[in-house]
Ligand binder design. Structure first.
Ligand code: GLY
Ligand code: MN
Ligand code: MN
Length: 453
Protein backbone atom coordinates (compact mmCIF):
# COMPACT_ATOMS: atom_id res chain seq x y z
CA UNK A 1 0.00 0.00 0.00
CA UNK A 2 1.25 3.49 -0.75
CA UNK A 3 2.64 5.20 2.32
CA UNK A 4 1.31 8.60 3.39
CA UNK A 5 3.14 11.56 1.99
CA UNK A 6 3.62 14.75 3.91
CA UNK A 7 2.68 18.01 2.20
CA UNK A 8 5.52 19.56 0.22
CA UNK A 9 7.44 21.89 2.50
CA UNK A 10 6.52 25.07 0.63
CA UNK A 11 2.83 24.20 0.55
CA UNK A 12 2.82 23.37 4.27
CA UNK A 13 4.41 26.75 4.92
CA UNK A 14 1.85 28.55 2.73
CA UNK A 15 -1.01 26.79 4.53
CA UNK A 16 0.38 27.84 7.90
CA UNK A 17 0.68 31.42 6.69
CA UNK A 18 -2.94 31.43 5.41
CA UNK A 19 -4.22 30.11 8.72
CA UNK A 20 -2.14 32.59 10.70
CA UNK A 21 -3.62 35.48 8.71
CA UNK A 22 -7.11 34.05 8.97
CA UNK A 23 -6.79 33.60 12.73
CA UNK A 24 -5.82 37.22 13.04
CA UNK A 25 -8.80 38.30 10.92
CA UNK A 26 -11.26 36.08 12.81
CA UNK A 27 -10.02 37.03 16.27
CA UNK A 28 -10.61 35.19 19.57
CA UNK A 29 -14.35 36.02 19.41
CA UNK A 30 -14.93 34.03 16.26
CA UNK A 31 -14.52 30.52 14.93
CA UNK A 32 -14.35 29.18 11.39
CA UNK A 33 -15.87 25.81 10.49
CA UNK A 34 -15.23 24.39 7.01
CA UNK A 35 -16.42 21.01 5.76
CA UNK A 36 -14.54 18.84 3.28
CA UNK A 37 -16.37 17.57 0.20
CA UNK A 38 -18.30 14.32 0.40
CA UNK A 39 -18.11 11.38 -1.94
CA UNK A 40 -20.85 11.69 -4.57
CA UNK A 41 -22.65 8.67 -6.00
CA UNK A 42 -22.60 8.41 -9.78
CA UNK A 43 -24.78 5.34 -9.95
CA UNK A 44 -25.56 2.52 -7.54
CA UNK A 45 -22.27 1.87 -5.69
CA UNK A 46 -20.00 3.83 -8.03
CA UNK A 47 -18.71 7.25 -6.97
CA UNK A 48 -17.58 10.17 -9.09
CA UNK A 49 -13.84 10.67 -8.74
CA UNK A 50 -13.41 12.49 -5.43
CA UNK A 51 -12.63 16.20 -5.65
CA UNK A 52 -11.83 18.02 -2.42
CA UNK A 53 -13.74 21.23 -1.63
CA UNK A 54 -11.58 24.13 -2.80
CA UNK A 55 -12.09 26.10 0.44
CA UNK A 56 -11.16 23.07 2.54
CA UNK A 57 -8.10 22.28 0.44
CA UNK A 58 -6.93 25.90 0.51
CA UNK A 59 -7.20 25.89 4.30
CA UNK A 60 -5.85 22.46 5.21
CA UNK A 61 -4.37 20.57 2.24
CA UNK A 62 -6.12 17.53 3.71
CA UNK A 63 -7.20 15.30 0.83
CA UNK A 64 -9.92 13.07 2.31
CA UNK A 65 -13.72 13.25 2.13
CA UNK A 66 -16.17 14.00 4.98
CA UNK A 67 -13.66 15.80 7.22
CA UNK A 68 -14.43 19.04 9.09
CA UNK A 69 -11.85 21.70 9.93
CA UNK A 70 -12.31 24.10 12.82
CA UNK A 71 -10.10 27.15 13.16
CA UNK A 72 -10.62 28.60 16.63
CA UNK A 73 -8.09 31.38 17.23
CA UNK A 74 -6.34 31.13 20.60
CA UNK A 75 -8.41 28.14 21.71
CA UNK A 76 -6.85 26.29 24.65
CA UNK A 77 -7.07 22.95 22.78
CA UNK A 78 -5.27 24.34 19.77
CA UNK A 79 -6.25 26.59 16.87
CA UNK A 80 -6.72 24.04 14.09
CA UNK A 81 -8.81 21.00 14.94
CA UNK A 82 -9.54 18.40 12.28
CA UNK A 83 -12.30 15.82 12.38
CA UNK A 84 -11.58 13.02 9.94
CA UNK A 85 -12.09 9.34 9.13
CA UNK A 86 -10.13 7.15 11.54
CA UNK A 87 -7.58 4.64 10.35
CA UNK A 88 -9.31 1.39 9.36
CA UNK A 89 -6.98 -1.36 8.16
CA UNK A 90 -9.84 -3.39 6.71
CA UNK A 91 -11.31 -0.50 4.65
CA UNK A 92 -7.84 0.63 3.67
CA UNK A 93 -7.28 -2.73 1.96
CA UNK A 94 -10.19 -1.83 -0.34
CA UNK A 95 -10.01 1.94 -0.68
CA UNK A 96 -6.40 2.82 0.05
CA UNK A 97 -4.60 4.71 2.74
CA UNK A 98 -6.25 7.02 5.23
CA UNK A 99 -4.27 9.52 7.26
CA UNK A 100 -6.44 9.11 10.33
CA UNK A 101 -6.29 11.45 13.30
CA UNK A 102 -2.59 10.73 13.88
CA UNK A 103 -1.78 11.64 10.27
CA UNK A 104 -3.88 14.81 10.47
CA UNK A 105 -1.66 16.02 13.30
CA UNK A 106 1.63 14.65 12.00
CA UNK A 107 1.28 15.73 8.36
CA UNK A 108 -1.27 18.54 8.18
CA UNK A 109 -0.43 20.80 11.07
CA UNK A 110 -3.59 20.11 13.06
CA UNK A 111 -3.16 20.90 16.74
CA UNK A 112 -5.71 18.21 17.56
CA UNK A 113 -7.70 15.68 15.55
CA UNK A 114 -10.74 13.55 16.33
CA UNK A 115 -12.58 10.81 14.48
CA UNK A 116 -15.78 11.83 12.69
CA UNK A 117 -17.79 9.82 15.21
CA UNK A 118 -16.76 12.40 17.85
CA UNK A 119 -18.10 15.40 15.88
CA UNK A 120 -21.36 15.94 17.80
CA UNK A 121 -19.72 15.40 21.15
CA UNK A 122 -16.56 17.41 20.61
CA UNK A 123 -17.23 20.17 18.09
CA UNK A 124 -19.74 22.18 20.19
CA UNK A 125 -17.02 22.80 22.79
CA UNK A 126 -15.03 24.63 20.10
CA UNK A 127 -17.98 27.00 19.54
CA UNK A 128 -18.49 27.70 23.23
CA UNK A 129 -17.96 31.31 24.34
CA UNK A 130 -17.38 32.49 20.78
CA UNK A 131 -19.61 35.21 19.39
CA UNK A 132 -19.45 34.47 15.68
CA UNK A 133 -19.39 31.29 13.63
CA UNK A 134 -18.01 31.73 10.12
CA UNK A 135 -18.97 28.86 7.84
CA UNK A 136 -20.21 28.32 4.25
CA UNK A 137 -23.67 29.56 5.13
CA UNK A 138 -26.45 28.24 2.91
CA UNK A 139 -24.19 26.18 0.64
CA UNK A 140 -25.11 22.69 1.81
CA UNK A 141 -28.47 22.14 3.53
CA UNK A 142 -27.19 19.15 5.53
CA UNK A 143 -24.22 21.09 6.84
CA UNK A 144 -26.48 24.05 7.75
CA UNK A 145 -28.49 21.59 9.88
CA UNK A 146 -25.36 20.18 11.49
CA UNK A 147 -24.25 23.67 12.47
CA UNK A 148 -27.67 24.35 14.01
CA UNK A 149 -27.41 21.10 15.97
CA UNK A 150 -23.99 22.05 17.34
CA UNK A 151 -25.29 25.50 18.31
CA UNK A 152 -28.20 23.87 20.16
CA UNK A 153 -25.70 21.71 22.00
CA UNK A 154 -23.75 24.80 23.12
CA UNK A 155 -26.94 26.54 24.18
CA UNK A 156 -27.83 23.53 26.31
CA UNK A 157 -24.77 24.36 28.41
CA UNK A 158 -26.07 27.83 29.31
CA UNK A 159 -26.66 27.00 32.97
CA UNK A 160 -23.02 26.02 33.28
CA UNK A 161 -22.17 29.56 32.27
CA UNK A 162 -21.30 28.76 28.67
CA UNK A 163 -22.42 31.34 26.14
CA UNK A 164 -23.38 30.37 22.62
CA UNK A 165 -22.51 32.22 19.42
CA UNK A 166 -25.11 34.78 18.39
CA UNK A 167 -24.04 35.44 14.83
CA UNK A 168 -23.61 33.21 11.81
CA UNK A 169 -21.42 34.72 9.14
CA UNK A 170 -20.77 33.42 5.63
CA UNK A 171 -17.12 32.38 5.42
CA UNK A 172 -16.99 33.64 1.83
CA UNK A 173 -15.63 37.03 2.76
CA UNK A 174 -12.78 35.53 4.81
CA UNK A 175 -11.83 32.74 2.44
CA UNK A 176 -12.80 33.90 -1.01
CA UNK A 177 -11.26 37.33 -0.92
CA UNK A 178 -7.99 35.66 0.14
CA UNK A 179 -8.26 32.89 -2.46
CA UNK A 180 -8.72 35.53 -5.16
CA UNK A 181 -5.14 36.80 -4.77
CA UNK A 182 -2.82 33.89 -5.51
CA UNK A 183 0.51 33.35 -3.78
CA UNK A 184 3.77 32.36 -5.48
CA UNK A 185 3.22 28.63 -5.09
CA UNK A 186 -0.31 28.84 -6.46
CA UNK A 187 0.90 30.81 -9.46
CA UNK A 188 3.62 28.27 -10.15
CA UNK A 189 0.95 25.55 -10.22
CA UNK A 190 -1.34 27.63 -12.44
CA UNK A 191 1.53 28.28 -14.86
CA UNK A 192 2.16 24.54 -15.09
CA UNK A 193 -1.56 23.76 -15.51
CA UNK A 194 -1.80 26.30 -18.35
CA UNK A 195 1.35 24.94 -19.99
CA UNK A 196 0.02 21.36 -19.91
CA UNK A 197 -3.30 22.46 -21.41
CA UNK A 198 -1.49 24.57 -23.99
CA UNK A 199 0.56 21.56 -25.10
CA UNK A 200 -2.65 19.52 -25.35
CA UNK A 201 -4.33 22.22 -27.49
CA UNK A 202 -1.28 22.28 -29.77
CA UNK A 203 -1.55 18.53 -30.18
CA UNK A 204 -5.18 18.90 -31.27
CA UNK A 205 -4.17 21.40 -33.92
CA UNK A 206 -1.52 18.99 -35.15
CA UNK A 207 -3.75 15.93 -35.29
CA UNK A 208 -7.13 17.37 -36.34
CA UNK A 209 -8.52 16.32 -39.73
CA UNK A 210 -11.90 16.01 -41.38
CA UNK A 211 -13.73 12.80 -40.58
CA UNK A 212 -12.61 12.60 -36.97
CA UNK A 213 -15.33 12.70 -34.37
CA UNK A 214 -15.41 15.55 -31.85
CA UNK A 215 -14.89 13.02 -29.07
CA UNK A 216 -11.68 11.82 -30.71
CA UNK A 217 -10.29 15.33 -30.29
CA UNK A 218 -11.56 15.26 -26.71
CA UNK A 219 -9.76 11.95 -26.18
CA UNK A 220 -6.54 13.39 -27.56
CA UNK A 221 -6.87 16.33 -25.18
CA UNK A 222 -7.42 14.11 -22.15
CA UNK A 223 -4.52 11.90 -23.19
CA UNK A 224 -2.13 14.80 -23.66
CA UNK A 225 -3.08 16.32 -20.28
CA UNK A 226 -2.68 13.01 -18.46
CA UNK A 227 0.68 12.49 -20.13
CA UNK A 228 1.65 15.98 -19.04
CA UNK A 229 0.84 15.08 -15.43
CA UNK A 230 -2.74 16.33 -15.09
CA UNK A 231 -5.18 13.48 -14.74
CA UNK A 232 -8.29 15.62 -14.18
CA UNK A 233 -10.01 18.34 -16.13
CA UNK A 234 -11.14 21.61 -14.58
CA UNK A 235 -14.52 21.18 -16.38
CA UNK A 236 -15.87 18.91 -19.12
CA UNK A 237 -14.18 19.73 -22.45
CA UNK A 238 -16.27 21.47 -25.08
CA UNK A 239 -15.43 20.31 -28.59
CA UNK A 240 -17.83 21.80 -31.12
CA UNK A 241 -17.42 21.47 -34.87
CA UNK A 242 -19.31 23.82 -37.23
CA UNK A 243 -22.49 25.25 -35.75
CA UNK A 244 -22.05 23.21 -32.56
CA UNK A 245 -19.60 25.95 -31.59
CA UNK A 246 -22.60 28.29 -31.26
CA UNK A 247 -23.91 26.22 -28.31
CA UNK A 248 -21.98 27.87 -25.48
CA UNK A 249 -21.80 24.87 -23.15
CA UNK A 250 -21.92 22.15 -25.81
CA UNK A 251 -20.65 18.95 -24.20
CA UNK A 252 -22.14 16.22 -26.42
CA UNK A 253 -18.89 16.11 -28.39
CA UNK A 254 -20.38 13.44 -30.62
CA UNK A 255 -20.47 14.87 -34.17
CA UNK A 256 -18.15 14.20 -37.07
CA UNK A 257 -15.81 17.08 -37.94
CA UNK A 258 -16.39 18.29 -41.48
CA UNK A 259 -13.98 19.59 -44.05
CA UNK A 260 -14.50 23.34 -44.37
CA UNK A 261 -15.85 23.83 -40.82
CA UNK A 262 -14.15 25.38 -37.82
CA UNK A 263 -13.90 23.52 -34.55
CA UNK A 264 -14.04 25.25 -31.17
CA UNK A 265 -12.24 23.54 -28.31
CA UNK A 266 -12.72 24.93 -24.78
CA UNK A 267 -10.74 22.66 -22.49
CA UNK A 268 -8.34 22.94 -19.58
CA UNK A 269 -6.80 20.56 -17.13
CA UNK A 270 -6.79 20.80 -13.36
CA UNK A 271 -3.40 20.39 -11.73
CA UNK A 272 -3.02 19.91 -7.98
CA UNK A 273 -6.40 21.53 -7.47
CA UNK A 274 -5.86 24.51 -9.81
CA UNK A 275 -7.71 25.13 -13.07
CA UNK A 276 -6.71 26.20 -16.51
CA UNK A 277 -9.33 27.28 -19.04
CA UNK A 278 -8.31 27.72 -22.67
CA UNK A 279 -10.33 28.04 -25.86
CA UNK A 280 -9.03 27.89 -29.39
CA UNK A 281 -10.98 27.80 -32.63
CA UNK A 282 -9.31 26.45 -35.75
CA UNK A 283 -10.19 25.09 -39.19
CA UNK A 284 -10.79 21.33 -39.32
CA UNK A 285 -8.82 21.09 -42.59
CA UNK A 286 -6.02 23.41 -41.48
CA UNK A 287 -6.94 26.46 -43.62
CA UNK A 288 -9.33 29.27 -42.68
CA UNK A 289 -11.85 30.20 -45.40
CA UNK A 290 -12.21 33.93 -46.14
CA UNK A 291 -15.42 34.44 -44.09
CA UNK A 292 -14.03 32.35 -41.22
CA UNK A 293 -10.86 34.38 -41.26
CA UNK A 294 -12.76 37.68 -41.27
CA UNK A 295 -14.70 36.76 -38.14
CA UNK A 296 -11.69 35.10 -36.50
CA UNK A 297 -9.52 38.19 -36.96
CA UNK A 298 -12.28 40.28 -35.43
CA UNK A 299 -12.51 38.09 -32.31
CA UNK A 300 -8.72 38.02 -32.05
CA UNK A 301 -8.53 41.82 -32.26
CA UNK A 302 -11.17 42.03 -29.51
CA UNK A 303 -9.26 39.55 -27.38
CA UNK A 304 -5.98 41.44 -27.82
CA UNK A 305 -7.67 44.72 -26.88
CA UNK A 306 -9.22 43.06 -23.83
CA UNK A 307 -5.92 41.54 -22.68
CA UNK A 308 -4.23 44.94 -23.09
CA UNK A 309 -6.74 46.29 -20.56
CA UNK A 310 -5.55 43.86 -17.86
CA UNK A 311 -3.31 45.76 -15.46
CA UNK A 312 -3.37 46.79 -11.82
CA UNK A 313 -5.81 49.58 -11.11
CA UNK A 314 -8.00 48.84 -14.15
CA UNK A 315 -11.58 47.95 -13.25
CA UNK A 316 -12.91 44.42 -13.68
CA UNK A 317 -15.05 45.40 -16.65
CA UNK A 318 -12.25 47.17 -18.58
CA UNK A 319 -11.41 44.06 -20.67
CA UNK A 320 -15.10 43.45 -21.38
CA UNK A 321 -15.60 47.05 -22.47
CA UNK A 322 -12.52 46.90 -24.70
CA UNK A 323 -13.78 43.70 -26.33
CA UNK A 324 -17.29 45.11 -26.87
CA UNK A 325 -15.89 48.16 -28.59
CA UNK A 326 -13.87 46.14 -31.10
CA UNK A 327 -16.60 43.56 -31.69
CA UNK A 328 -19.41 46.07 -32.11
CA UNK A 329 -17.35 48.19 -34.52
CA UNK A 330 -16.54 45.06 -36.51
CA UNK A 331 -20.17 43.96 -36.60
CA UNK A 332 -21.17 47.42 -37.86
CA UNK A 333 -18.50 47.27 -40.57
CA UNK A 334 -19.78 43.86 -41.63
CA UNK A 335 -23.34 45.15 -41.75
CA UNK A 336 -24.52 42.66 -39.11
CA UNK A 337 -25.61 45.59 -36.94
CA UNK A 338 -27.45 48.56 -38.38
CA UNK A 339 -25.83 51.91 -37.68
CA UNK A 340 -22.53 53.63 -38.17
CA UNK A 341 -19.23 53.78 -36.32
CA UNK A 342 -20.26 57.21 -35.01
CA UNK A 343 -23.09 55.57 -33.06
CA UNK A 344 -20.76 53.10 -31.34
CA UNK A 345 -21.37 54.16 -27.70
CA UNK A 346 -25.15 54.04 -28.20
CA UNK A 347 -25.02 50.71 -30.09
CA UNK A 348 -22.98 49.23 -27.21
CA UNK A 349 -25.38 50.69 -24.65
CA UNK A 350 -28.30 49.15 -26.54
CA UNK A 351 -26.44 45.78 -26.55
CA UNK A 352 -26.81 45.43 -30.31
CA UNK A 353 -23.97 42.90 -30.22
CA UNK A 354 -26.05 40.54 -28.04
CA UNK A 355 -27.41 38.28 -30.84
CA UNK A 356 -23.78 37.48 -31.74
CA UNK A 357 -21.98 37.85 -28.40
CA UNK A 358 -24.10 36.90 -25.43
CA UNK A 359 -21.63 36.18 -22.63
CA UNK A 360 -19.20 38.31 -20.67
CA UNK A 361 -15.51 38.46 -21.49
CA UNK A 362 -14.14 36.50 -18.53
CA UNK A 363 -14.21 35.34 -14.95
CA UNK A 364 -11.82 34.76 -12.08
CA UNK A 365 -9.73 31.61 -12.38
CA UNK A 366 -8.13 29.62 -9.58
CA UNK A 367 -8.97 26.46 -7.70
CA UNK A 368 -12.42 26.66 -9.28
CA UNK A 369 -12.72 27.37 -12.98
CA UNK A 370 -15.26 30.10 -12.23
CA UNK A 371 -13.28 31.09 -9.20
CA UNK A 372 -14.39 32.87 -6.08
CA UNK A 373 -13.99 36.52 -5.17
CA UNK A 374 -16.25 39.48 -5.63
CA UNK A 375 -16.53 41.24 -8.96
CA UNK A 376 -17.94 44.42 -7.44
CA UNK A 377 -17.07 46.37 -4.31
CA UNK A 378 -19.19 49.15 -2.90
CA UNK A 379 -21.41 48.95 -5.96
CA UNK A 380 -18.55 49.44 -8.43
CA UNK A 381 -16.53 46.97 -10.50
CA UNK A 382 -13.44 46.29 -8.42
CA UNK A 383 -9.93 47.26 -9.40
CA UNK A 384 -7.54 44.55 -10.60
CA UNK A 385 -4.61 43.73 -8.29
CA UNK A 386 -1.39 41.78 -8.80
CA UNK A 387 -1.91 38.08 -8.10
CA UNK A 388 -5.45 37.92 -9.47
CA UNK A 389 -5.97 35.56 -12.40
CA UNK A 390 -8.80 35.94 -14.89
CA UNK A 391 -9.82 34.58 -18.26
CA UNK A 392 -10.21 36.75 -21.33
CA UNK A 393 -12.57 35.02 -23.73
CA UNK A 394 -14.52 37.06 -26.24
CA UNK A 395 -16.34 35.27 -29.04
CA UNK A 396 -18.79 35.58 -31.89
CA UNK A 397 -21.57 33.10 -32.48
CA UNK A 398 -23.48 33.46 -35.73
CA UNK A 399 -26.59 31.27 -35.47
CA UNK A 400 -27.36 29.08 -38.50
CA UNK A 401 -30.53 31.12 -39.08
CA UNK A 402 -29.00 34.57 -38.41
CA UNK A 403 -30.00 37.32 -40.83
CA UNK A 404 -26.52 37.82 -42.22
CA UNK A 405 -24.89 36.76 -45.51
CA UNK A 406 -25.09 32.97 -45.85
CA UNK A 407 -21.32 32.38 -45.78
CA UNK A 408 -21.13 33.62 -42.17
CA UNK A 409 -23.98 31.53 -40.77
CA UNK A 410 -23.20 28.72 -38.35
CA UNK A 411 -19.74 30.02 -37.46
CA UNK A 412 -18.87 30.05 -33.74
CA UNK A 413 -15.55 31.41 -32.52
CA UNK A 414 -14.12 31.95 -29.06
CA UNK A 415 -10.52 32.65 -28.08
CA UNK A 416 -9.77 32.27 -24.39
CA UNK A 417 -6.57 32.84 -22.44
CA UNK A 418 -5.68 32.76 -18.76
CA UNK A 419 -4.19 36.05 -17.65
CA UNK A 420 -2.37 36.93 -14.44
CA UNK A 421 -2.37 40.52 -13.22
CA UNK A 422 1.26 41.42 -12.47
CA UNK A 423 2.78 44.45 -10.73
CA UNK A 424 3.21 46.29 -14.02
CA UNK A 425 0.67 44.71 -16.36
CA UNK A 426 -0.15 41.11 -17.07
CA UNK A 427 1.24 37.71 -17.96
CA UNK A 428 -0.66 35.41 -20.32
CA UNK A 429 -0.30 32.00 -18.67
CA UNK A 430 -1.70 30.17 -21.69
CA UNK A 431 0.55 31.89 -24.23
CA UNK A 432 2.00 28.62 -25.56
CA UNK A 433 -0.95 27.90 -27.87
CA UNK A 434 -0.89 29.86 -31.12
CA UNK A 435 -3.81 32.11 -31.93
CA UNK A 436 -2.66 34.06 -35.02
CA UNK A 437 -4.18 32.74 -38.22
CA UNK A 438 -0.75 32.15 -39.77
CA UNK A 439 0.68 30.50 -36.67
CA UNK A 440 -2.30 28.15 -36.40
CA UNK A 441 -2.14 27.23 -40.09
CA UNK A 442 1.60 26.63 -39.82
CA UNK A 443 1.24 24.38 -36.79
CA UNK A 444 -1.61 22.45 -38.41
CA UNK A 445 0.40 21.99 -41.59
CA UNK A 446 3.39 20.70 -39.62
CA UNK A 447 1.15 18.16 -37.90
CA UNK A 448 -0.44 17.07 -41.17
CA UNK A 449 2.94 16.47 -42.80
CA UNK A 450 4.27 14.52 -39.82
CA UNK A 451 1.16 12.30 -39.98
CA UNK A 452 1.86 11.45 -43.60
CA UNK A 453 5.41 10.31 -42.98
N1 GLY B 1 -15.00 26.68 -19.80
C1 GLY B 1 -15.91 27.47 -19.12
C2 GLY B 1 -15.68 28.89 -19.39
O1 GLY B 1 -14.96 29.23 -20.29
O2 GLY B 1 -16.14 29.73 -18.67
MN1 MN C 1 -13.70 30.54 -19.15
MN1 MN D 1 -13.44 28.02 -21.17
Amino acid sequence: MTEPTALPHKLAKALRRRRRELSRAIGPDGVLVVPAAREVTRNRDVHYPFRQSSDFAWLTGFPEPDAVAVLAPKHQDGELVLFCRPRDPEREVWDGHRFGTEGAVAHFGADAAHPLSALDETLPALLADRKRVHYPLGVDADFDLQIMGWLRAVRAQARKGVSAPTTLVSSDELLHERRLVKDKGELATMRRAAAISAAAHRRLMQTCRAGLNEQQLEATFLHACAEGGARFQAYPPIVGGGANACVLHYVDNAAVLRDGDLVLVDAGCELDGYASDITRTFPVNGRFSAPQRTLYELVLAAQRAAIAAVKPGKRWDAPHKAALKVLTRGLVDLGFIEGSRDDLPQLIKDEKYKPFYMHRTGHWLGMDVHDVGRYKQHGKWRALEPGMVLTVEPGLYIAPDAEVPAEFRGIGIRIEDDVLVTADGHEVLSRDVPKDVEAIERLMASGASSQET
